[in-house]
Design a protein around this ligand. Structure first.
Ligand code: SOE
Length: 397
């Protein structure tokens, strides 16, 4: 039993991300040696019965029906924000100013202005040893972390192309009901900020290059949807009658954009093509990244998440792409789990996120991605929306 000092966590929200984060807080100390031992001290939610049921199911010691109570409690060291984007700024800034570390789900905020205020609060708090991280968890998928290792080792040479797609299909049915994810006032944007943000962060992190310019197209295929009786989750179909009243969708259903990268330490930056949609019928969670460089290429698809495909120009011409099964002990994170070949899942990225966050806090250094890293993603999201709104560049055929 570790004698490490506890890190007492207060989580806000208990839906899909709350469940994934709870699993990570419980599991991380059981598979990794951590300098602090996470404790699931309290979970907050507005609905008393709902949050008590969630506490029982997800393993939280106490409940609050107002997140501000978590900020006031002196038995909470870290606030974990698992709520929609319209609440992130208020909760994160209050927590940081109260001297509590923060883990905030992605995207950081619903606007650049909010993200800038959060980043300022984070940088001020960091000077006092209070740290924060934004939950771009795909960085902690072993195959993507291996991809970054390959790029950093120069195995792809200078990068020419970035090809990033995030394809889901849970809105393909025009009668799938309205959810908070389709309301701009809570979600900030649709596919662009929800899943496109993952692609932007992963592309910038793996390449080590920031996006400096974009040209974009946003589309809303289904402008109105049935209002569900209860808030349904990701694509859940509540009991929707065909004549249910319909609400207006105020976000994008799909986003496509081209991007210019700054080159990082290289002379010339890569060029990129991005796509994010919830209408790619048959694609369930296909978060894909392909890089083409002067010495090699790599390709990743989350729907085959234990594999990284790698093409080495120095290899024999008929070698083609090699399929690397990312389950060897020397691969990122996997040595702490199972023998080679057994594979990991979606939830492991969240556990690795907790491992890296708790280790950085224990060692007194800034975790990554920082709020400043997430602000860069927010700036790209805003640029995509500005470009799509300005159709003057669009050449009619
Ligand atoms: C919905 O598209 C969603 O739950 C995203 O919000 C998550 O960030 C992603 O990991 C899975 O899909």
């Amino acid at each position: 039993m570790t004698t490490a000092k506890p890190l007492r966590v207060g989580m806000v929200g208990y839906a899909f991300m709350g469940a994934a984060h709870s699993h990570a807080w419980r599991t991380a100390p059981r598979f990794f040696d951590l300098p602090l031992r996470p404790r699931l001290t309290a979970v907050a939610g507005r609905n008393g019965a709902g949050v008590r049921a969630a506490a029982d199911k997800l393993g939280w010691e106490s409940v609050e029906t107002d997140w501000r109570r978590l900020i006031e409690r002196d038995d909470i060291d870290l606030i974990d924000i698992c709520t929609p984007g319209n609440t992130h700024a208020d909760i994160a800034i209050a927590a940081l100013e109260a001297g509590k570390h923060v883990l905030c789900e992605k995207p950081l905020a619903n606007s650049v202005e909010e993200a800038e205020r959060m980043t300022l609060a984070a940088e001020t708090a960091a000077k006092q040893g209070i740290f924060s991280m934004c939950g771009f968890s795909y960085r902690r998928t072993p195959a993507l972390a291996l991809a970054k290792r390959f790029v950093d080792e120069g195995r792809l040479g200078d990068l020419r192309h970035v090809r990033a797609q995030y394809l889901q299909d849970w809105l393909s049915d025009a009668n799938a009901p309205m959810t908070w994810r389709l309301d701009k006032s809570t979600s900030g944007s649709g596919s662009l900020g929800d899943i496109g943000a993952h692609s932007i962060d992963a592309a910038q992190w793996v390449t080590g290059q920031n996006i400096t310019g974009v040209s974009a197209l946003l589309e809303t295929f289904v402008p109105e949807r049935p209002l569900a009786g209860d808030l349904v989750g990701l694509g859940g179909h509540g009991d929707i009658s065909s004549d249910a009243p319909r609400g207006k969708v105020t976000v994008d259903d799909a986003a496509v954009f081209s991007a210019k990268f700054d080159g990082g330490t290289a002379a010339t930056g890569a060029i990129g093509v991005f796509e994010a949609t919830r209408y790619a019928l048959g694609r369930k969670n296909a978060m894909r990244l392909e890089l083409n460089g002067t010495k090699g290429s790599l390709a990743f698809d989350f729907e085959d998440m234990n594999v990284l495909s790698f093409y080495d120009v120095a290899g024999s011409p008929d070698a083609g792409f090699r399929r690397i099964f990312v389950t060897e002990p020397e691969h990122p994170y996997v040595g702490n789990w199972w023998p080679t070949g057994h594979g990991l899942g979606y939830e492991h990225g969240f556990t690795h996120q907790v491992v890296d966050l708790v280790t950085a806090i224990g060692e007194g250094r800034q975790p990554e991605p920082s709020f400043a890293d997430a602000l860069q993603v927010q700036r790209v999201l805003a640029a995509v929306e500005a470009s799509a709104a300005n159709s003057s560049q669009w050449q009619k055929v």
